[in-house]
Design a protein around this ligand. Structure first.
Ligand SMILES: Nc1ncnc2c1ncn2[C@@H]1O[C@H](COP(=O)(O)OP(=O)(O)O)[C@@H](O)[C@H]1O
Ligand SMILES: [Mg+2]
Length: 390
């Protein structure tokens, strides 16, 4: 078993897919979990923002935050048999946050006070930062429950790669008493500074909520911190454990990227940071790579010969009346455009492999002409990633 990506799926407990938005992270995460299930493991994919059709075909409902098992019948439809089992979950940031509050409040009155607090409701809903941490939190929760052999985590589309890796650290800072005190004093000022995710969330929330509820907000805010008193230590300890899980020997990262300059640049930055934080960067997946139709044009002749289509081809060309056919120049242009795209991708991938991704196992997936939204699509992608062997 020399395939590094397959080894990852067989041996690790946690695989985290990261990269910029729109590159195919969610699709790749689902494919890796599916492959692990085919390899006999109980695998769960924790998705963040699955396209609706993909969510549907995994059996995920709108409600989210609950693990569902992908029905054996769906595999049968797709013509495969799974030795293990595949589960999926759609992360709900707010519910995960609520669960965390429930976990750390033993007093039901206080629990209600927090959950009903307007400031809390805004903050836990604000995507800035909290979704990063809540993805980590959900990962930790799943890992603690121990129901699965492998957890594949899709990550939120973060603006900045660092945000996500440092989420536990920022969470800790957010629950640092001195930070909270700074908020409380000149509360209207607090949002303008940056103190971790609560700080930034607060900035947005202050502006938004204050316009809505005016002075009442100060009261809500004060009540929120009052209710939170005593929870900080629990939160900080937990953030420490989450951080430890990210660095665990059985946790690996897979960077997903597209072969365009911007995603590659972000992926490179991500690779650097993972190294810097001593987190295990196991593989890079370059998705949606444009393919060359011709390969090396000089061997086109040989390839036509080898394919045994020569006679057919010649007949077709004769029948088309080559020079007279207006379609031919257009077809040639399309072919050349495709070759240019493929060449551009090839050059950038080579530079990336020799640069930021040096020493890291790199896999390519071609750009398909269709979306991937069901098990068959995931199987196709799996075939590209792992070869035809299922
Ligand atoms: N190799 C590919 N070829 C063609 N379309 C793809 C490929 N990989 C992913 N897609 C499509 O691209 C879209 C974005 O993929 P997704 O996994 O949601 O990206 P991300 O999670 O990084 O934002 C989806 O519609 C998906 O079906
Ligand atoms: Mg996604």
């Amino acid at each position: 078993m020399s395939d590094p990506l397959e080894r990852l799926l067989r041996e690790q407990r946690v695989v985290i897919c990261c990269g910029s938005g729109g590159v195919g992270k969610t699709t790749t995460s689902a494919t890796l979990a599916l492959k692990a299930a085919l390899l006999g493991r109980r695998a769960v994919v924790c998705t963040i923002d699955p396209a609706r059709r993909l969510a549907n075909s995994l059996g995920l409902s709108e409600l989210g935050n609950e693990v569902v098992q992908v029905d054996a019948a769906r595999f049968a439809e797709a013509g495969v048999e799974v030795e293990g089992a595949l589960f999926a979950l759609m992360l709900d940031t707010k519910r995960t946050f609520d669960r965390l509050i429930e976990r750390y409040t033993t007093d039901p009155k206080r629990r209600e006070a927090i959950l009903n607090n307007k400031f809390y409701q805004q903050m836990s809903n604000t995507v800035v930062g909290s979704s990063d941490y809540m993805a980590m939190e959900k990962l930790y929760e799943l890992s603690e429950e121990g129901d699965f052999d492998l957890i594949v985590l899709d990550t939120p589309p973060t603006k900045h790669a660092l945000d996500f890796l440092q989420a536990p650290e920022r969470m800790k800072r957010a629950f640092d008493r001195s930070t909270l005190e700074i908020f409380l004093r000149p509360w209207a000022e607090a949002g303008k500074r940056s103190f971790g995710f609560i700080g930034r969330a607060l900035g947005k929330v202050v502006n938004k909520v204050d316009a809505l509820i005016g002075v009442g907000f100060v009261k809500e805010l004060a009540e929120f911190f009052q209710a939170f008193e005593g929870l900080y230590d629990g939160f900080r300890t937990r953030a420490d454990r989450v951080d430890a899980l990210l660095r665990d020997a059985r946790t690996s990262f897979v960077v997903v990227t597209a072969p365009q300059p911007l995603p590659l640049e972000e992926a490179g930055y991500f690779c650097d940071k993972l190294r810097e934080f001593s987190m295990d960067l196991s593989a890079v997946v370059v998705n949606r790579v444009e393919q060359s139709c011709l390969g090396d044009p000089s061997d086109l002749r040989a390839r036509i010969d080898a394919a045994g289509h020569e006679a057919e081809l010649e007949a077709a060309v004769t029948a088309a009346g080559v020079e007279a056919d207006p379609l031919l120049p257009a077809a040639l242009k399309a072919l050349l455009d495709q070759e240019r795209l493929a060449k551009g991708d090839r050059e950038r991938i080579e530079a990336f492999a020799a640069g930021p991704a040096r020493g890291v196992h790199l896999r390519e997936v071609p750009r398909f002409t269709h979306d991937i939204y069901d098990l068959s699509g995931l199987l196709t992608l799996s075939g590209e990633l792992f070869g035809a062997r299922a």
